[in-house]
Write a protein that binds this ligand. Structure first.
Ligand SMILES: C[S@@+](CC[C@H](N)C(=O)[O-])C[C@H]1O[C@@H](n2cnc3c(N)ncnc32)[C@H](O)[C@@H]1O
Length: 215
């Protein structure tokens, strides 16, 4: 697979982005040392990008779909306004346990709750309203998660869907990998949906920002 940016560009961007605080670097190190598929963790540029969105939006309730080790949830928690909260969904007990441990040791222990179980079932029983949603779990469930959260969004809410370029593989129509097919279908459906406005940001692996269309 070809790199999707010029060689060195991602590293340059990261070197010119405010670095992680020590506790976030520690979470990243623990994740790379102890979990399989550690590359699932967001990088520092993405964490900082999410944090800027949260800082600008000032959400009371953030929903994250896909906790992993708690890194992105804590990045968002750090930028919340007073009274703000991150609710994050995780299907894997080991990931949820590690995330809870990282959250408890962080400066933001009271701001993040991990809900264990399949995200679509968890979403069914969560009332919302959500002011910001970060989708970063099963790629084949992105469309179903989008439909589940849409009725539970607050008026000025925004969704960020991660990995929408999937290492550039979305470009290759003959790539029949199930995740690639699902992400292509998601990208096509979102841009064609008259209820929505979106922008696919070419940050790292692609992150699509989505909101309800202006009336
Ligand atoms: C890409 S990782 C999340 C990374 C995390 N947001 C971060 O940036 O550090 C995806 C996570 O979603 C979880 N997951 C996968 N399918 C899920 C589902 N149906 N419901 C809830 N969590 C799921 C995986 O176990 C994994 O921990």
């Amino acid at each position: 697979m070809k790199p999707i940016t010029l060689p060195g560009i991602d590293e340059y961007a990261e070197a010119h982005t405010t670095p992680d605080p020590a506790f976030m670097r520690q979470i990243s190190e623990n994740t790379w040392r102890s979990l399989t598929d550690p590359q699932m963790i967001s990088g520092p540029s993405q964490a900082r990008f999410l944090q800027f969105l949260v800082y600008a939006l000032r959400p009371r309730q953030v929903l994250e779909i896909g906790t992993f080790s708690g890194y992105s949830a804590l990045a968002m928690a750090a930028a919340l306004p007073p009274g703000g909260h991150v609710l994050t969904c995780e299907i894997n007990d080991r990931h949820a346990a590690m995330a809870r441990d990282h959250i408890a040791r962080s400066p933001y222990a009271g701001r993040v709750t991990v809900e264990t179980g399949p995200a679509l079932e968890t979403l069914d029983r969560l009332p919302g309203p959500f002011d910001f949603v970060f989708m970063d779990a099963a790629k084949q469930e992105y469309l179903a998660c989008l439909e589940a959260v849409l009725p539970k969004l607050s008026e000025h809410a925004m969704i960020a869907a991660d990995n929408t370029l999937w290492n550039g593989e979305v470009l290759y129509e003959d790539d029949e990998d199930a995740d690639v097919v699902a992400l292509r279908a998601f990208n096509d459906a979102v841009v064609a949906d008259p209820r929505l406005e979106c922008v696919l940001v070419t940050l790292r692996d692609g992150v699509t920002l989505i909101r309800r269309a202006a009336r």
